[in-house]
Design a protein. Structure first.
Lengths: 332, 332
């Protein structure tokens, strides 16, 4: 096969189509993460921001604005805003999870300390807030304020739902929206708003980001129990941390007494023994919980693709559609 | 003396004059700290919010709005906003400082865990953001976004300046603005903005809050080395934590070789021995550093009072003036 004809991944095609805008976003991120007086801030931020994240969220904003015909400057502010919010939540997450690695590198809380991660995260939230105020759009501010509250509430909910075997699919979905989908849907929606898109298109952009984020997170949670390896985390992390993810919730609903005792010990009490991850995988497979979770991810990806129907015919729209396929490709 | 004629403290007189508004603020705080899905959030928040803090910041906003003649509803949103921002920073501060006590009660990070304090702090920031968006004033949003950035930058600066004997008074002032004065000045300024006050009054309100906050913080830093006892912290805390506060910066400027070696060991390296706090106090007294710091606090309080000259003649203005005297009363 001729290498030149290998189709690039949708993410790379988006990056290529938006390369001029992304250069402006990266320049704005570098400029705004600076602090004349506290050099610790750009040090910590650069460690994370320049570690080669995929910049998926800012690309969603740029793509949404461009495919709705935007020609002004503020999609760049909003793309930098969502990347700052994302980076701030990563800094706080790593403190909360006591993580040692992120994107293949030691975490900021390990290289510096938890204190720096908490405070630099706060600084990036404040900077993101300044950036969005500069757009002058109260509606954009409203959407991002609500997304921020959903994100923080989802994180607390995840914390208090851990090791709780009574966790429902409804709570799981709420956690997933907080962890991932709320920022995805805000990222796409504000792109449409700043472009002055009609309401139907704004709603479609929100629905796309929401479904894409949910599909993305379900895939991540599924890969914790196998298939190919998960990216950026070790298999079994969620299991050992007692997270009630979709496969486990579904297997619990069909558990016999023995299995229930197993989940209560390993997830509920966190007493994990050798061979437990393999036993968990076997139970999940026996009840079809892996397969049904896989199907849910595919359904959400299909919902994301369908939402795009209300948007203008545009090369970027096709790339967003392909992106929805791509996030579930690892489990297809 | 007849008890009924004892003049109430200015803080209590403000609370009394603003009691209707404060009841509305307290109701809004209770309503907005709720989370249907994550009960941990109101638990942690209530622990701190209902611990009997003085509600000084929301009262500043209410007083500013009222003395500028405001009759609308949004001063209540803004007062709740500044209290939420303050509470969020307290939650994060207690994690950063590894504090065990706050307002005479165990801290949230001790009662629950650091994780809850970080995430509930983030939630309260997001809630404060929603509240201010509801006012519909981009200028208010701009001021509070800038204050948030100054607060976070000041916290990081304090962290990196700790144990650094080269810290200047300029850096100290920047830390103090971040810790205290940025939220005080934003609190008074947004009260004027929402009331539609003329520019000269808005500037005066900002200047008052800024100077009041600086005076307040200098007094707190001075009391760490004696006089009467500091409120809410133990004498010598700053010394043991290696904070470069104004008395130490001024004593360092006049230190002989022996004294410099002492500060380098105790503050620079954090090797504090028995009797060191007393020795530090003696050195500070010898160079007049306590007296000159005291004078600086009085000067800032005078600046605060003078700023009020541009504001309308009003009973609340007189109470704000008395409040400026009151914050330095502990050292007068």
């Amino acid at each position: 096969m001729d290498l030149a004809t290998v189709p690039a991944k949708p993410h790379d095609r988006l990056a290529s189509a938006l390369s001029g805008d992304m250069a402006a976003v990266n320049a704005m991120i570098r400029e705004r993460m600076a602090s004349e007086h506290a050099p610790r801030i750009p040090e910590v931020t650069a460690h994370l921001v320049e570690a080669g994240g995929k910049r998926l969220r800012p690309m969603l904003t740029l793509a949404a604005a461009r495919l709705c015909g935007y020609g002004g400057p503020y999609h760049v502010h909003l793309a930098a805003t969502v990347e700052f919010i994302h980076t701030a939540t990563l800094l706080h997450d790593d403190v909360v999870d006591d993580s040692k690695q992120r994107r293949g590198r030691p975490t900021a809380n390990l290289l510096w300390d938890n204190t720096s991660s908490v405070l630099v995260g706060d600084y990036l939230f404040a900077r993101s807030f300044q950036l969005m105020v500069e757009t002058g759009s109260l509606r954009v501010l409203d959407i991002l304020a609500n997304a921020s509250a959903t994100i923080a509430e989802g994180e607390v909910l995840q914390l208090t739902a851990a090791r709780n075997l009574a966790t429902t699919e409804d709570t799981y979905l709420r956690v997933v929206r907080g962890k991932t989908a709320a920022l995805f849907s805000a990222a796409t929606e504000v792109g449409g708003i700043i472009a002055g898109a009609p309401e139907a298109q704004v709603r479609a952009l929100h629905a796309y980001g929401d479904a894409l984020g949910i599909a993305f997170q379900i895939v991540d949670d599924l890969l914790d129990y196998g298939g190919t390896e998960a990216i950026g985390k070790s298999r079994g992390d969620d299991f050992r941390e007692g997270k009630l993810t979709l496969p486990v919730i579904r297997a619990l609903a069909r558990a016999d007494a023995d299995e229930r005792a197993f989940w209560a010990r390993a997830i509920g009490k966190g007493r994990v023994e050798d061979g437990d991850l393999e036993r968990a995988q076997a139970i999940l497979a026996r009840h079809g919980a892996l397969e049904s979770t896989r199907q849910s991810a595919l359904d959400w990806a299909a919902t994301a693709r369908r939402s795009l129907g209300a948007l203008p015919d545009h090369a970027l729209r096709d790339m967003l559609s392909d992106l929805a396929d791509y996030v579930v490709e690892r489990i297809s």
